[in-house]
Design a protein around this ligand. Structure first.
Ligand code: ADP
Ligand code: ASP
Ligand code: MG
Length: 466
């Protein structure tokens, strides 16, 4: 039967001709190694392209179409410069890219007339980046003598209609992958599939959410029955912290599934949080590696096996959060307040990242994304209007912007005094902790701090990692 390898290359990894040259070498090596009977590639949009597409659409919604024109010409330059270097004289690919940029201009025009960009329109726009990069990468591979062809994931990944955060229907996707991708692989071709996107059963393009190309790689690995999936990015693997914030962060040789899930959920951008579970459940080996340093082994994500190294393994943070507090002495011992609070939040389709309740039950506080704070507060005022009128609930309030800093390590549960060390380090660093929550798995401790203190908090905690 032979083994199957899926490799995903992120935005920086396909960001210019030199980077794509690296991708070609990596694919070549995988083929030359003789280890893999089938190799499939998933690509992101070239770096910054998704941001530009979305910025153009947002500007169009507020009536500025010049912005979209300027961005379209920047994106054209970026793609064409790479194409001309890697595969000169490829009018078909140039035409494909031009056609997608025309589509971008047309959708932005429509958005400017409507004066608003719906989630569906934003997905149509955002999907164009991967649709431009895939033919470019496929052409570069072909020119280097590797038979390759671009595949639009809208033809294979079938999703629900939740625009900007769609979930796949694995049964239909599996059938499409078997019909469309597998024959290519069997014929010795390398399919270059667009990450990030899918389509509803009716064929309307959706996206899996920002950073979703990692998730695409997971979906396709499962559907292809892959043995391994390698996520190629721009750092040596999963690190003890984001190296942009903590300069002395180190690469972790391995990390357990639970640890990686917590890190990803709490903001470590290196892997999309939905990537990990499907891959681990199918026992597909998952690696994170550096396109620009392929000799480095990277990080292996392991199934939870009970073996733990060290106590604190990594620290992460995500900003843009708001603390919502429901408080009042009349809440004391009254059953059902928490249930009603969270039901009201759920009606706004907001997801809560962290919850903390004082033992006196006089207050419940939890965090939501800044953008949802207003809607959540209104929903709660609505739900509790009687309690508010009777003064059983004194206040429903929303804080300033803050950040959640999460400390991760499966070994923390066996190590006494970790929380003490963390608070000691934060105290010495002058960071004020607003609220705390510890996961029941004890694999993570999350702390809310003022947004402006998040970086200092990460550095202080990072210094505790052995
Ligand atoms: P790609 O485009 O390859 O998907 P991303 O930008 O989405 O790349 O993710 C890689 C980036 O994630 C790194 O450049 C790094 O700045 C950031 N990052 C955040 N936390 C971590 C971490 N713990 N380990 C490694 N990288 C991290
Ligand atoms: N291009 C998409 C984004 O920037 C998906 C990805 O790169 O994973 O969000
Ligand atoms: Mg990413």
């Amino acid at each position: 039967m032979g083994k199957t390898l899926v490799m995903k290359f992120g935005g920086t990894s396909v960001g210019n001709a030199a980077a794509i040259g690296q991708v070609v070498e990596i694919v070549q090596q995988a083929r030359d190694s003789g280890e893999w009977s089938r190799v499939a590639v998933v690509v992101s949009a070239m770096s910054k392209v998704t941001d530009k597409l979305l910025a153009g659409a947002q500007a169009a919604a507020s009536g500025e179409t010049v912005q979209a024109e300027r961005l379209a010409s920047e994106m054209w330059e970026q793609h064409i410069a790479a194409l001309r270097e890697l595969a000169p004289q490829t009018p078909e690919v140039e035409e494909t890219i031009a056609a997608y940029l025309d589509e971008f201009a047309a959708i932005c025009h429509a958005i400017s007339i409507l004066g608003e960009a719906s989630p569906r329109a934003l997905d149509a726009v955002a999907s164009l980046g991967e649709r431009m990069s895939a033919p470019l990468v496929a052409e570069a591979l072909t020119r280097a003598g590797i038979p390759a062809c671009a595949v639009d994931a809208a033809e294979v990944v079938v999703t629900d209609e939740v625009f900007q955060g769609a979930s796949p229907d694995m049964a239909i996707t599996q059938a499409r992958v078997e019909a469309r991708l597998l024959p290519l692989c069997e014929a010795g071709q390398v399919p270059v599939v667009t990450g990030f996107i899918g389509a509803t059963p009716g064929g309307v393009v959706t996206t899996l959410g920002r950073g979703g190309s990692d998730y695409s790689a997971a979906i396709l690995s499962v559907a292809l029955g892959a043995d391994e999936v390698w996520i190629w990015t721009d750092v040596d693997g999963v690190m003890t912290a984001d190296p942009r914030i903590v300069p002395d962060a180190r690469t972790l040789p391995d990390l357990m599934f639970r640890e990686m899930s917590e890190l990803a959920f709490y903001g470590a951008k290196v892997l999309h949080p939905k990537t990990i579970r499907p891959v681990i459940e199918r026992k597909i080996a998952l690696w994170v590696k550096n396109t620009f340093n392929p000799a480095h082994p990277g990080t292996r994500i392991l199934p939870d096996n009970g073996v733990t190294h060290g106590a604190i393994r990594a620290v992460t943070a995500f900003k843009g959060q708001q603390l919502i507090t429901v408080e009042g002495r009349g809440m004391l011992g009254v059953p059902g307040i928490a249930a009603r609070t969270f039901a009201a939040v759920a009606r706004t389709h907001t997801s809560i990242s962290m919850i903390s309740q004082a033992s006196s039950e006089q207050s419940i506080c939890f965090s939501v994304p800044l953008a949802s704070g207003g809607a959540v507060t209104h929903a709660l005022e609505d739900e509790f209007h009687r309690e508010l009128a009777r003064r059983d609930i004194d206040r429903i309030s929303a804080s300033e912007e803050f950040a959640i800093v999460t400390v991760v390590g499966a070994g923390m549960r066996h190590t006494p005094g970790i929380a003490g060390q963390i608070f000691g380090a934060l105290g010495a660093g002058g960071v004020n902790v607003i609220a705390i929550a510890q996961g029941s798995s004890e694999c993570n401790i999350s702390l809310m701090v003022a947004a402006g203190e998040a970086d200092a908090a990460m550095r202080a905690i990072h210094a505790l990692i052995e």
